[in-house]
Design a protein around this ligand. Structure first.
Ligand SMILES: [Zn+2]
Ligand SMILES: [Zn+2]
Length: 173
C-alpha cells in the first residue's frame, strides 16, 4: 500500500505541474509573438525630445534619446549603452531561458508519462490480485460446503445406527 500512496502523491504533484506547464507554454508563445511584433516596429522616439530612443541608461533601466543622455541632469554620471546592444543581449537571455524551459518541459512531460505508465501497471496488478483472491475465496467456500455435506452424511448414518442399536436393546423388533 506504500507503493500506491507513493504513486498517488506523485500523481498529485504532477497534476499540480500540468497547469504550470500550460502556463509556461502560453507565456512562451506570447513572448515570441511580442518579440516578432517588436522586431517589426521601428525605434520609438523620445516623448520629450522627439528623437530616436537609441540609448539605454543602465542606472535607471530606461531607454533614452541622445538629448536625454547628454543634457538631462537626472542621468548625469549614469552608465549608458547603445539600445541595440542591450536589445540583443536581452534577446539572447530570452532565447537561453526559452531553451531551458523547453528542456524542463520535456523532462516534466516524460515524468508525467512514466507516472501514468506506473499507475496503469499498479492498477492492472491490483485487478489481477483481486481476481485471484475472489477465485481462492470461491474455491475455499466450495470445499467447506462439500466437507460440511460429508460430515452431515456421516452424522445421519451414525444416528441411524444408534437408533437401530437402541431399538434392538429395548426389544422393539
Ligand atoms: Zn529624450
Ligand atoms: Zn539614468
Amino acid at each position: 500500500m506504500v507503493n500506491c500512496r507513493f504513486v498517488s502523491e506523485i500523481t498529485s504533484v504532477c497534476n499540480s505541474f500540468k497547469p504550470n506547464i500550460q502556463e509556461l507554454e502560453r507565456l512562451s508563445s506570447q513572448q515570441s509573438a511580442r518579440r516578432d511584433q517588436k522586431k517589426k516596429q521601428t525605434v520609438e522616439n523620445c516623448a520629450e525630445h522627439n528623437l530616436p530612443l537609441g540609448y539605454y541608461c543602465e542606472t535607471c533601466c530606461e531607454a533614452l534619446c541622445s538629448d536625454c543622455a547628454m543634457f538631462e541632469s537626472k542621468h548625469q554620471q549614469h552608465k549608458f549603452k547603445k539600445i541595440g546592444e542591450v536589445y540583443d543581449k536581452h534577446i539572447e537571455t530570452i532565447k537561453q531561458e526559452t531553451t531551458l524551459l523547453e528542456k524542463r518541459l520535456d523532462e516534466l512531460n516524460f515524468l508525467v508519462s512514466s507516472v501514468d505508465e506506473n499507475i496503469s501497471r499498479v492498477q492492472k496488478a491490483k485487478e489481477e490480485r483481486s481476481i485471484e483472491l475472489k477465485k481462492a475465496y470461491n474455491e475455499m467456500q466450495e470445499k467447506l460446503a462439500s466437507e460440511l455435506e460429508k460430515k452431515l452424511d456421516t452424522l445421519s448414518s451414525m444416528l441411524i445406527v444408534f437408533v437401530l442399536i437402541y431399538r434392538s436393546k429395548n426389544g422393539y423388533f
